[in-house]
Write a protein that binds this ligand. Structure first.
Ligand code: MG
Length: 259
């Protein structure tokens, strides 16, 4: 399986990415106090069915012995960083920040994206965390061009966030995507001197996804076996887009879902 996608594959990925972004926008619009995470997931699943897509996270297993992931959208609130399952019991409340991470198979190829929604009133520092995490993703993708290094992305993210004192999650990273939900290379959101030096090449398709906490960068697993939370209980934000590396920069595969 090549890390490089053909022109035809990138065109297919773009068609899927537009549909994925439109789906995420619908879920975002429904993300209001009183709505259960299950209801949000149903919106995504209905939309996928309508556009001929298949959820890529539903049923996903990290290894063969793991239980399958139970929903199409990962919904991770407040101190939850990523991988929160949608359930009828978990309901959105005023003051929550809600990470929505969504992935889809379409025309045989996978795309992946995420956003964090601010619901009602949140503390100013939490609002800043969300805004700064989004901006760090903008900085990260701006560092992309063929001939550069995968490490340029994490360096740009870190340079933006570190002076502000945030914790950049280290245990989870961005990744290649397209033929599989998770492909090489791994894309840390920080400088990783021990990591492999991987060149950015035209036609690579990458999911870039800074995960950022107001407190520590350290995370732990919730007893549900899926949800990753910050170790100190501080709020965390997450944004993600899929891009294709081009000669001069990148092509956005999943348009920003901002309304
Ligand atoms: Mg991802």
């Amino acid at each position: 399986m090549s890390l490089i996608k053909t022109h035809e594959e990138i065109e297919k990925l773009k068609r899927g990415g537009v549909l994925l972004s439109a789906t995420l926008r619908k879920v975002m619009a429904a993300c209001r106090p009183g709505v259960s995470t299950k209801e949000l997931d149903e919106i995504a699943q209905r939309e996928f069915a309508r556009v001929g897509g298949t959820p890529s996270f539903l049923g996903y297993k990290i290894s063969a012995d793991d239980p399958p992931f139970p929903s199409a959208v990962c919904i991770s609130m407040n101190d939850e960083v990523v991988h929160g399952p949608a359930t009828p019991e978990r309901t959105i409340r005023d003051g929550d920040i809600v990470g929505l991470d969504i992935g889809m198979w379409h025309e045989g190829l996978a795309t992946d994206m995420a956003t964090t929604v601010i619901v009602g009133d949140v503390r100013p520092e939490v609002r800043r965390l969300v805004e700064d995490t989004r901006e760090s993703l903008v900085r990260g993708i701006a560092a992309i061009k063929a001939g550069g290094w995968v490490g340029d992305i994490g360096a740009a993210v870190e340079d933006y966030l570190k002076p502000k004192g945030y914790g950049i999650v280290k245990d989870l990273v961005g990744h290649g995507v397209g033929h599989a939900v998770h492909e090489e290379p791994q894309i840390p959101n920080y400088r990783d001197p021990r990591g492999p030096r991987v060149r950015l090449e035209e036609g690579m398709v990458l999911a870039i996804e800074p995960m950022v906490a107001l407190g520590t960068w350290k995370v732990k697993m919730k007893p549900d076996g899926w949800t990753i939370v910050t170790a100190d209980g501080s709020p965390a934000a997450h944004f993600e887009v899929t891009i294709a590396v081009t000669k001069d920069g990148y092509d956005l595969i999943t348009p920003w879902p901002d309304v």
